[in-house]
Design a protein around this ligand. Structure first.
Ligand code: ZN
Ligand code: ZN
Length: 345
């Protein structure tokens, strides 16, 4: 039992929640909607933050910024097998990079000719990169993935491991990746596209393997379907970031600290640790449960299927880490990140 009488807030007490989509494609690469159209539909749905992560093109969208909307600078980088096989069988490792500093617009691991997707090559003239470096050749190996992750950190990016199911990656692949800031516990485009992509098991695999990383839910929307279509890939995966203000630095510092949770719909309100228990309050859900590094768990649910809005979940020092999941009646989850006991006591 962890005995500590005062509350340890797992999400900061101060600040506001800002709804964010951290993985998004526009007409700058292979998305159907322009950045302006994306801002409109996301703002209308109550989002304050969108990270524009077009494939291999890091261009700013500062013109979209207003008091209630913050575009983050980012891009997605792919490292794909080059065996002479049908693309459908090729494994690939995708990652999104979000600039922590709004003035950081220099692409890392850049190649002047290769890897553009969709309209990407049209933006070649606008891309900033270190001209003193040779073209970076990507190789589908853990060493290459880890080199990109390391360089991304050195150059000030928040780097997220994306959609392992769609990528055909398995335990033997992702267990060799080190240093990601976060992984996609849910990717909506892949989820509604028939790939599953609710990756709670993979998140625990990585944590149990010794990685200390956060989890995010994202849309990875390309909007190739009508936004009224059932297979809409927008608005199904988001993060709620708790930050002081809707300022670039405040939002990215909160990301780096892990002051956010991932969701497909349900919302956490309060989350704190006190005297050996996690106390959580949230929007109406069917269950709330805690997962740890070991096999222990604790599930709270309402009598006769009644919905619950709070839970008291025990935590012990043996847990190494714990994380909380809530599930609503539509089967949608919200996930906290893993909290490591050592960091809390
Ligand atoms: Zn991808
Ligand atoms: Zn993507």
């Amino acid at each position: 039992m962890i005995t500590k009488n005062s509350k340890t807030y797992l999400l900061p007490q101060a600040g506001n929640f800002y709804k964010a989509n951290l993985h998004c494609h526009s007409t700058v690469s292979d998305g159907k909607l322009s950045p302006e159209e994306l801002k409109k539909i996301y703002k209308d749905e109550g989002y304050s933050v969108v990270a524009f992560t077009d494939h291999d093109v890091l261009v700013p969208h500062d013109d979209l910024r207003d008091e209630e909307f913050l575009p983050l600078h980012g891009y997605e980088l792919e490292i794909t097998e080059e065996k002479a096989l049908d693309f459908r069988f090729l494994k690939t490792a995708h990652m999104t990079l979000v600039a922590l500093d709004e003035n950081n617009l220099t692409q890392i691991c850049y190649h002047r000719e290769k890897y553009f997707i969709g309209n990407g090559a049209k933006y070649r003239g606008e891309i900033k990169f270190d001209k003193s470096l040779p073209d970076f050749e990507r190789k589908y190996t853990p060493e290459c993935v880890n080199e990109v992750v390391k360089t991304a950190h050195e150059k000030g990016f928040f780097i997220t491991y994306c959609h392992p199911c769609w990528s055909l990656e398995n335990y033997n692949d992702y267990m060799n990746y080190h240093g990601f800031d976060a992984m996609e516990i849910y990717n909506n485009a892949s989820g509604v596209g028939g790939f599953g992509e609710y990756n709670a098991k993979i998140y625990d695999d990585m944590l149990r393997g010794g990685e200390k990383l956060f989890c995010v839910a994202t849309d990875d929307n390309h909007n190739v379907h009508s936004i009224k279509h059932l297979m809409n890939d927008s608005f199904g995966g988001f993060v709620m970031i708790k930050a002081e203000a809707l300022e670039y630095g405040d939002i990215t510092s909160a990301l780096k600290r892990g002051d956010f949770y991932a969701s497909q719909g349900p919302q956490f309100f309060d989350l704190y640790l006190k005297d050996g228990f996690v106390y959580a309050s949230f929007s109406p859900c069917v269950t709330a449960y805690i997962s740890c590094a070991n096999r222990r768990t604790h599930v709270v649910c309402g009598e006769m299927g009644e919905l619950i809005t709070e839970a008291k979940l025990p935590v012990t020092e043996d847990d190494v880490y714990f994380r909380v999941t809530i599930t609503d009646k539509r089967g949608r989850h919200a996930n906290t990140r893993a909290y490591f006991i050592k960091d809390l006591i």
